[in-house]
Design a protein around this ligand. Structure first.
Ligand SMILES: [Zn+2]
Length: 116
């Protein structure tokens, strides 16, 4: 039974899924998340960095949305989306708080190397 404080529901490809944050030891070895198509439940390990959490969440949502896509394709798509979300958020925050467009350009190049 899912603890509602650690979960939320999300429509994916027309079906309602539950996304649950769980203790890492509840997941199979070497898994940061998993996706059960039968019960329409995604589990994500608690305690990861924001970037790992984004990548894992997007990864499992991609499995749920396109269940027959192979693992390598899922990894490529989800990791690119996670990096773009992080950069877009950083860029947007810079625009909100930085004022001039020149500032945001300088900030985005400053972070580009570490985010890949
Ligand atoms: Zn996978």
């Amino acid at each position: 039974m899912a603890d509602s404080s650690r979960s939320f529901t999300q429509m994916i490809s027309g079906k309602r899924w539950r996304i649950v944050f769980v203790d890492p030891q509840e997941l199979p070895d070497n898994h940061l998340g998993d996706c059960d198509i039968i019960s329409r439940r995604i589990r994500i390990a608690l305690g990861m960095s924001e970037q790992e959490t984004k990548e894992t969440l997007l990864h499992e949502i991609a499995h749920a949305a396109v269940w027959d896509l192979d693992e390598e394709a899922i990894v490529r798509v989800a990791n690119a989306q996670a990096r773009a979300l992080t950069k877009a958020n950083f860029f947007n925050q810079a625009l909100l708080h930085g004022g001039k467009s020149g500032d945001s350009k300088k900030l985005s190049t400053g972070r580009g190397g570490t985010l890949g």
